[in-house]
Design a protein around this ligand. Structure first.
Ligand SMILES: [Zn+2]
Length: 301
C-alpha cells in the first residue's frame, strides 16, 4: 500500500508541521492514523494516509452508506430520512445563491445521485463525478444520470457550469490545489461553487475529540474550519459569498460518535440528542460553529 507523507502544510506551505493526535478508523478498518497541525496557519490534516490508489478498501464496507445506500439499522434509516429533507434544502440553497432557475450543475462526488436527480426534476442539466464504482453504477442505472469517473473532469470544457457542488467531498480529495484550480476553470464567471465540510471547530468536535465522527479518518484528509477554508479559497482567487451551519449534522455526527464510544443505542441516542442540541444552539449564536458548514464561493473580480 502506498502511503502519502506530508512534510509541508498543504495550505500555507510552512514546514512547521507537528503531530497533533492519533485517531482510529471506527467505521471500516479499525486502524489508527495520525493528524498533524500547521503551527503557522493552524490547518489540521491527516498525515501518512493511503494514496488515492489504495484508499478504495477504506470505503469497502456495506455500512458506508453514501455509497451503498443500505437501509439496515437504526442510524442508516435515520440517515435516509434526513437525506430526503437535506436534498430539498440543498437544492433550495443552490438555486437561491446562484440566482438562477436552470442551468448546468456539476456535482463532484455525487454518491448515488439523489441530489442530482432532484436538481434534474427542477429542470437543471446535471452532470456527476463519482469514483466509487458501486455508487456510480447506482446513479447511472437507478436514476439514469450522467455520472462519470474522476478522469472525466478533464473532458469538460472551460467555463461550462453555473454551479459546482461538493457535498462533503473536498475533505477527501488528495490534491487540493488541482481540484480548486479545476473548479475555477470549469465555473462560468458568474457561477458559484458550493462546498459542504465538517467543521472541527464545532462544539461537538471539541466534545468528542478523537471519537468525533467528522474526522472520519483516513477517508477525510483535510479537517477544515471556517478560518482555514478562507485561506484555501483566497489562494485560488475565490471569495466566500455566503456561509451557513448545517444544523442537523450535529445530531447525526454526535450519534455516530457515541456509537464509536461503544455506548448502547438507547443512551447513545439520548446523549447525542443533548450534545447535538448544545452544538446547534452554539451554531445559532455563532454561525462559524456549525458541526458542518456550507460555503458558497464566487470568483473574484
Ligand atoms: Zn499552514
Amino acid at each position: 500500500m502506498s502511503i502519502i507523507t506530508i512534510k509541508k502544510c498543504p495550505l500555507c506551505g510552512s514546514i512547521r508541521v507537528k503531530h497533533e493526535f492519533f485517531c482510529k478508523d471506527y467505521l471500516v478498518s479499525g486502524e489508527r492514523f495520525e493528524t498533524y497541525i500547521c503551527k503557522q496557519c493552524g490547518f489540521l490534516f491527516t498525515n501518512k494516509f493511503p494514496s488515492n490508489h489504495s484508499i478504495g478498501k477504506y470505503y469497502d464496507n456495506p455500512q458506508y452508506i453514501s455509497h451503498s445506500d443500505t437501509k439496515k439499522g437504526f442510524i442508516n434509516k435515520l440517515y435516509h430520512f434526513v437525506r430526503k429533507y437535506m436534498v430539498k434544502n440543498k437544492l433550495k440553497l443552490v438555486c437561491k445563491q446562484s440566482k438562477k432557475r436552470t442551468g448546468k450543475i456539476l456535482d463532484i462526488g455525487c454518491g448515488t445521485g439523489y441530489f442530482l436527480n432532484a436538481a434534474r426534476r427542477k429542470g437543471w442539466e446535471t452532470f456527476g463525478i463519482q469514483k466509487n464504482e458501486r455508487a456510480n453504477k447506482m446513479a447511472v442505472e437507478y436514476f439514469k444520470l450522467f455520472v462519470k469517473q474522476e478522469s472525466h473532469i478533464y473532458k469538460f470544457r472551460k467555463s461550462s457550469f453555473d454551479i459546482i457542488t461538493l457535498w462533503h467531498v473536498l475533505e477527501r480529495i488528495e490534491d487540493l490545489d488541482e481540484i480548486m484550480e479545476k473548479i475555477y476553470d470549469l465555473l462560468l464567471p458568474d457561477g458559484i461553487a458550493v462546498i459542504a465540510l465538517p467543521n472541527c471547530n464545532s462544539y461537538d468536535a471539541k466534545h468528542y475529540r478523537t471519537y468525533w465522527a467528522g474526522y472520519d479518518i483516513p477517508r477525510h484528509l483535510w479537517h477544515f474550519t471556517p478560518e482555514t477554508i478562507e485561506l484555501l479559497i483566497k489562494k485560488f482567487n475565490f471569495n466566500i459569498a455566503y456561509k451557513k451551519p448545517m444544523l442537523l449534522d450535529a445530531f447525526y455526527v454526535s450519534l455516530l460518535s457515541e456509537r464509536y464510544k461503544k455506548v448502547n443505542i438507547f443512551s447513545a441516542f439520548v446523549k447525542a440528542m443533548f450534545i447535538g442540541a448544545v452544538s446547534t444552539v452554539k451554531a445559532l449564536h455563532n454561525k462559524d460553529k456549525g458541526s458542518s458548514m456550507i460555503y458558497v464561493l464566487r470568483k473574484n473580480g
